[in-house]
Design a protein around this ligand. Structure first.
Ligand code: MTE
Length: 372
């Protein structure tokens, strides 16, 4: 039975929110990691996390237009003079499909508080503000060239058609964030399908941006206008939010672009397992720097570590499934830890570096288990 929860989230999110698959957090929905047990490489759409600054808009695909404008296009069209593409135009262009991770920069934020006594404001995500989907669409570079891109363009800023974001009484306008032209011309997709189906409303219907390897805020949903500029662009989403502020960082903060290394067990939080029986424990690790090279597991609160078995199907992929066997020796409270290292040698410290807004938690998470 699928239960839909009547709550703030229900007003903001359109898809059914089964409590077996998703946890509600401040109007957003976090994937439950145990809902990935036995699943394939991609996260099914019914359990894919949703992060909305306001709410999912219901857009009419018949009247929807992608509108490109700005000083980086031939003739410097204004928004009123924008070069327009409709849904059919995009569908008629060469299509591409890519498996990409989407991860909120604040994923794991609650562990700054629970493990490091350093709480940060923002959605108190566990580890489930992440997912891999197969995204299909047209390359942004193809559309930019059709729109008359010039050699002078330096930044591209897609804007969502969801309501303006208002915080502390201040209207910051529509969700938007610049992408440097080199990345925009590289592997960025304007996606209209997710996991082989029409892009769902909550994930950006009719079209969203997908910026592979960059934090989730770059991947603007419900995209409408796209500014292409010959001078650098900025928005509150790259100057005020999604920056690392605090004693370890520059005074004006450090831009957050690349997700860090993380690992999660496909187990309920506080799972109960019988003592003396061998159990197969599964999980996944991922990094914005590139593929995962090794994963180590501790079942004794960090005293000893052993390598996990990596699923060879995922070698070189955007995330890595792994398993390990464990025979809990006796009843009691136990803590599981998983620690991954990626191809660049980046790993997971015991303590993540705190920052004012609680981004990029890369610390080893202590997963509690009760053995009975
Ligand atoms: N795009 C728009 N227009 N509005 C939003 O609120 N949220 C961003 C990004 N794109 C957002 C957006 C953030 S913070 C994240 S993490 C991802 O979308 C989440 O994508 P999802 O809801 O499809 O998982």
């Amino acid at each position: 039975m699928t239960l839909s929860l009547p709550s703030r989230a229900a007003a903001s999110i359109v898809k059914p929110l089964s409590p077996r698959l998703l946890t509600l957090r401040d109007g957003n929905a976090e994937m439950r990691w145990e809902a990935m047990a036995g699943q394939g490489f991609a996260v099914p759409t019914d359990r894919f996390f949703v992060r909305n600054h306001t709410r999912s808009p219901l857009l009419d695909v018949g009247t929807w237009r992608l509108r490109l404008f700005g000083t980086g296009l031939r003739g410097s069209p204004t928004l009123d003079e924008a070069v327009e593409f409709d849904y059919g135009d995009l569908r008629a262009m060469p299509a591409e499909e890519t498996a990409a991770v989407l991860e909120c920069a604040g994923n794991g934020r609650r562990f700054f508080a629970s493990q490091q006594a350093h709480p940060a404001p923002g959605v108190p995500w566990g580890l489930g503000a992440v997912g891999v989907a197969r995204w299909r669409g047209v390359r942004l570079s193809t559309v930019l060239r059709h729109a008359g891109l010039t050699d002078d363009a330096v930044d591209v800023q897609p804007e969502g058609l969801d309501p303006d974001f208002v915080t502390g009484g201040e209207n910051l306008g529509r969700v938007r964030r610049p992408i440097p032209i080199a990345k925009a011309l590289d592997d960025v997709l304007l996606a209209y399908e997710m996991n082989g189906e029409t892009l769902p409303v909550d994930h950006g219907f009719p079209v969203r941006v997908v910026v592979p390897g960059w934090i989730g805020i770059s991947s603007i949903k419900w995209v409408g206008p796209i500014e292409v500029s010959a001078t650098p662009l900025s928005s509150p989403w790259n100057t005020r939010f999604y920056r690392m502020f605090g004693p370890d960082h520059p005074v004006d903060g450090r831009l957050v672009t690349t997700p860090v290394v993380k690992s999660a067990f496909e187990l309920p939080w506080d799972v109960r397992v019988p003592s003396g029986e061998q159990v197969l424990i599964a999980g996944r690790s991922w990094s914005g720097n590139g593929p995962i090279r090794r994963v180590d597991i501790s079942t004794d609160d960090g005293a000893s570590w052993r390598p996990a078995d990596l699923d060879p199907d995922d070698e070189g992929g955007v995330w890595q499934r792994w398993t390990t066997l464990w025979r809990p020796p006796r009843p009691g409270r136990w803590t599981l830890r998983a620690r991954a290292t990626d191809v660049t040698g980046a790993g997971q410290p015991d303590q993540a570096r705190p920052n004012a807004l609680g981004y990029l938690f890369d610390g080893v998470v202590r997963h509690p288990v009760t053995v009975y």
